[in-house]
Design a protein around this ligand. Structure first.
Ligand SMILES: Cc1cc2nc3c(=O)[nH]c(=O)nc-3n(C[C@H](O)[C@H](O)[C@H](O)COP(=O)(O)OP(=O)(O)OC[C@H]3O[C@@H](n4cnc5c(N)ncnc54)[C@H](O)[C@@H]3O)c2cc1C
Length: 477
């Protein structure tokens, strides 16, 4: 008899022994934006660290998702985030400012070099498919890959999967998306080459009414060799009404333009109603996104000044998923916390970015960039800055687990700023540091003395935004 029995609508799998492939101080599940920072931080603390990643590279959405911009002003970065950006600046692979343009391929390599330099081990091409839980505490994970199904044990596990996969496997409570379950749209980003920069520049300068008002999202600065455009409102409306573009396409977002190479990064595709934790829906989203991308390229070549002779250079390896689970943590960060600038005794970092006050930029309801979307049309975006508490990294009903990435414990409304790349890297660094401390001191993350964590973060150049009583000021200040 085989290992499986078909029983009505279910297949019953017989229990089986699986090998234990290793014991670590720290396991980081997911080697993306947050996970890379977590593994490097844990390795630097001397912890025996394993990073498990389903793809073949580090950086996740920030690299494979083909990002080109870190949201948040360069002057607000500290710790590992500043370190990687400064490395890219030194290599000519980033441009600082109110937002930071960067080259995702360079970031992949920087994370990998740093991971190897600290002696942390990567395990690529491997899915974490289950959490091993004993008495409410995570003791390890189960992975599946070409080697089969294996268990890997750790003193502390960091869930950096962005979807809170480990937390969900372990039985943690979570909320998907907004309170009604709706989630932000998914996107495939792509790059077009051979863009006629002068033609694009002229159109932008001659038609300011066709572009978003806010100068952080839309700016033309030939002297600095920078341009970011969000608009082309009338052209896109005409294309949509003629059936040449998707019904959900209301504006064209050119995230960045490289003046030297004539390559533009396009972040315009929007597919709504996709649950990024459901493989069938992700596939549906991928197909719809790629259809939108093909329509857009045809339309841009035909109708948008500067793109007549443009060609597709490449597109994101992975579907860009903006939102799935928000794990319920010991503390749930809210929009009020952010608006009121609430201070937390357990602060582990300071997050900063320009956003329209109290408005969603990527509403799950659609109409992004549409006539009535004030956030992406008319309203000015202001600089928002807030403290990140350690409590939002601790799953409420599961122990021995740290959360790092966009699934940290926050409401949908607060997540609009916590989901950006800099705070994800920041939370990753804090999680890696905390996990290593927990392993060293033999305590669970919930019992860790946060002052010890804060002291380590300050020593690593993290800016906690204000003096912490009894601790030395930030070494970076
Ligand atoms: C389309 C789009 C545009 C965006 N634009 C910007 C922008 O301009 N600026 C900005 O600052 N932010 C932007 N963001 C937000 C930001 O990029 C992400 O929220 C952030 O990078 C998420 O980081 P993360 O570490 O949580 O997830 P990720 O970087 O996605 O990392 C998760 C990693 O875990 C891996 N993984 C997942 N599940 C498993 C599993 N079960 N087993 C093993 N590995 C697993 C994944 O492969 C991935 O590498 C954008 C997001 C999207 C989707």
């Amino acid at each position: 008899m085989g290992r499986y029995q078909i029983d009505g609508a279910m297949a019953v799998e017989q229990s089986r022994d699986i090998p234990i492939a290793g014991h670590y101080d720290v396991i980081v599940a997911g080697g993306g934006t947050a996970g890379s920072g977590a593994a490097v931080a844990a390795g630097r603390m001397g912890a025996k660290t394993l990073l498990i990643e389903r793809a073949s590279y580090l950086g996740g959405t920030s690299t494979g998702g083909m990002m080109g911009v870190m949201w948040g002003p360069y002057d607000s970065y500290s710790g590992y985030c500043k370190e990687v950006v400064d490395d890219m600046l030194a290599m000519g692979a980033a441009q600082p400012g109110a937002i930071v343009n960067f080259d995702p391929a360079t970031l992949k390599q920087i994370h990998l070099d740093k991971l190897q330099a600290v002696g942390a081990a990567p395990l690529f091409y491997s899915y974490v498919v289950d959490a091993m839980v004993e008495d409410g505490a995570v003791r390890g994970v189960v992975v599946e890959n070409k080697s089969g199904r294996q268990a890997i044990l750790a003193r502390t596990v960091i869930d950096a999967t962005a979807d809170g996969d480990v937390a969900a496997f372990a039985g943690a409570d979570f909320q998907k998306g907004r309170s009604d379950g709706a989630m932000r749209p998914v996107t495939v980003l792509f790059r077009l080459g051979n863009v006629d920069i002068d033609a694009l520049l002229s159109y932008a300068q001659e038609h300011p009414d066709q572009f978003m008002a806010d100068e952080h999202v839309n700016f033309v600065s030939p002297q600095e060799r920078k341009m970011r455009l969000a608009g082309f409102f009338d052209l896109i409306t005409a294309g949509r009404e003629a059936g040449e573009l998707d019904a959900d396409c209301h504006y064209l977002r050119v995230e960045s333009v490289d003046f030297e190479t004539g390559i533009a990064l396009i972040n315009t595709v929007r597919v709504y109603g996709i649950d990024g934790t459901d493989a069938w829906q992700v596939t549906k989203g991928e197909l719809a996104a790629r259809r939108q991308m093909a329509d857009l390229i045809r339309f841009m070549q035909a109708k948008v000044p500067g793109f007549q002779n443009a060609f597709l250079v490449d597109s994101s390896d992975m579907l860009g998923v903006r939102e799935t689970r928000h794990v319920v943590g010991e503390y749930i960060l809210t929009n009020d916390d952010i608006a009121e600038g609430r201070q937390f005794d357990d602060v582990i970092g300071l997050n900063c970015g320009h956003l329209p006050p109290n408005q969603e930029v990527h509403s799950p309801d659609g109409n992004e960039g549409g006539q009535s979307d004030r956030a992406n049309r008319a309203d000015p975006w202001s600089r928002i800055s807030h403290e990140i508490p350690y409590g939002m990294m601790l799953a409420k009903n599961v122990d021995n687990l740290l959360l790092a990435g966009r699934h940290v414990s926050a409401t949908h409304e607060a997540d609009r700023i916590m989901r950006h790349i800099p705070p994800c890297i920041m939370v990753g660094q804090a999680a890696g540091t905390a996990a290593a401390l927990c392993a060293e001191l033999d305590v669970s993350p919930k019992r860790l003395d946060v002052r010890r964590l804060q002291a380590c973060l300050l020593r690593s150049g993290v800016d906690l935004g204000r003096p912490i009583p009894g601790l030395e000021p930030n070494a970076a200040q």
